[in-house]
Design a protein around this ligand. Sequence first.
Ligand code: 4NP
Length: 156
Amino acid sequence: MIKVLFVCLGNICRSPMAEAVFNDMLKKSGLDDRIAADSAGTGNWHIGKPPHEGTRALLAEKNISCEGLFARQVTKNDLEEFDYIVAMDAENAGNVRSLAGFSQKPVIRRLLDYVDDCQTEDVPDPYYTGNFEEVYELVEEGCRQLLNDIRRENHL
Ligand code: 4NP
């Protein structure tokens, strides 16, 4: 199984949205038996909480389930377990890289690094902006390109 971990700060807004959107894409393309996604936060404030109501409302509007998602914090073990760590912004990518130390594995990139000619490099934090629609558009495009890359790299 190829394993993908989406990472943001609180694991209640952006990364659970990416997890739900990506898992929905996997299901629809019949790749859910080859690739699996999870999410976590670099912060610990919201451990055990379901996604933010803004994320839940947006996903409901798009008919994408986020049942059973609860916030957790990134651990060192995640670096062993996951093949791709996909951070929502530079700060979170940097924090995961610090945890990884000198290890060359796994691949740690920002979600929007996968999108050619993207206007922004970081997914803005809707916890502060309140704009969940903007986040959804970026997350959806990022997940689509990420999936294309993973398929190409793994001949799927
Ligand atoms: P997220 O958003 O990283 O997309 O889940 C945040 C959620 C909570 C906080 C910050 C960002 N917080 O400071 O509590």
